[in-house]
Design a protein around this ligand. Sequence first.
Ligand code: AMP
Length: 359
Amino acid sequence: MSRPLSPGQTVGIIGGGQLGRMLAMAAARLGFRIVVLEPDPHCPAAQVANSQIVGAYDDGKALQQLAEASDVITYEFENVPVVAARAVAERTSLFPPTEALEAAQDRLTEKIFLNSTGISTAPFVSVDSDENLAQGLARFGGSGVLKTRRLGYDGKGQRVFRNALPRQAAGVHAALGGVPLILEGLVPFEREISVIAARGRDGAVVAYDAAENEHHEGILRQTLVPARIPAATARAARDATFQILEELHYVGVIAVEFFVLGNGAIVANEMAPRVHNSGHWTEAACACSQFEQHIRAVAGLPLGGTDRLADCVMQNLLGDEQDTAPQLLAEKDVVVHLYGKTESRPGRKMGHFTRLIRS
Ligand code: AMP
């Protein structure tokens, strides 16, 4: 195993959004230099990085430049093309490993992987035509969630069916772009939770307390910690997450989302091989945030403490909601984080805040 990074060495980050920005800020605090690869020259991460390579994530030349400039490379989103990631990994260390990207990029391979490790998911069928869809709907009693296998996020590229007749499948495949799809059975969940965990280069693992997530129109609205779930459910979710980390020989932070059923059982929904919106609360309520944890892991440093020092609620600031920042800043136990995005659009994540709840 190579030596840990020393202060002054460089962390390369593929992707320049708010996650990249917060990773860069955490890396800077540990004394590292940061270079960001991102096509948008005004991206949130480049504003706080030492330098930016303006280029596409799959631009061979730009990736080579990044590899030459970096002592270790990581990424802020899971849609880095696997071929590009492999090319980078041949030249310098890349964490999390490309196996994790491959497993998480495609909802079908993701579910097959999860099931192969004994972790249950919604029942699913691969859909490549309206006929497949009609058969799948018949199998799931007319109900299900149809999703694009790749490149879906925040509920985009999805369609929910309830008590649908087979003929309602007509034209749906083309309407969703004719791309490979997956139909999942509808899970009658009571809550949605996520576990943010990390594995170091030495194989050490840590996890933060499970968080409870509330979505609105596919976008995370707020995260409550601790999640209102039995201790056994929290343990099962943490253990499943650790198992995923081991199976993938993972290095870095991972987020795994689960549905919690009425009887406390968990059903994995998806995993993200990166820091995650539902882990933003850790910057306010833990000694070591998910961002610092990730940088520590990929840099080969000891992992940080994950104890939760207070209960809390994290809320995203979408669109114009960032205008409420001055009022939030007037509250004593609120930690505000804005992303430096110049253009505000309805539903766009402009920032977040975490309110500590102290008894
Ligand atoms: P996803 O993009 O997979 O995270 O899905 C977005 C949201 O849709 C989830 O947070 C759930 O609220 C809902 N959802 C996704 N898949 C299912 C499912 N199989 N059963 C019930 N609800 C689902």
